[in-house]
Design a protein around this ligand. Structure first.
Ligand code: SF4
Length: 83
């Protein structure tokens, strides 16, 4: 009998891939204030990703990135203009 396993529609922090998430957090902490998106903007972006059908197991299926990392850069945009 085969199981129908669907990927988690969740952010990286919710996938249990703790090593990768810690690495992403470390990389974000190295960004300058100018490079980094403000906390409120970052949270709003991730909320949109969390509701997005293209989020799969912590990865954006449109660009192949981790939204937690992509959204941390002030200059970055969602590939399908959701933020
Ligand atoms: S970056 Fe855009 S397309 Fe990718 S998961 Fe977030 S909202 Fe969806």
């Amino acid at each position: 009998m085969s199981e129908n396993i669907r990927p988690c529609r969740c952010l990286l922090r919710q996938t249990g891939k703790d090593e990768i998430y810690e690495d992403i957090k470390m990389r974000i902490s190295r960004l300058s204030e100018k490079e980094r998106a403000g906390e409120e903007i970052y949270a709003e972006r991730l909320e949109k990703c969390r509701e997005c059908p293209d989020l799969s197991d912590g990865t954006c299926l449109k660009c192949g990135c981790y939204p937690e990392f992509r959204a941390a850069f002030a200059k970055n945009r969602c590939p399908v203009k959701k933020w």
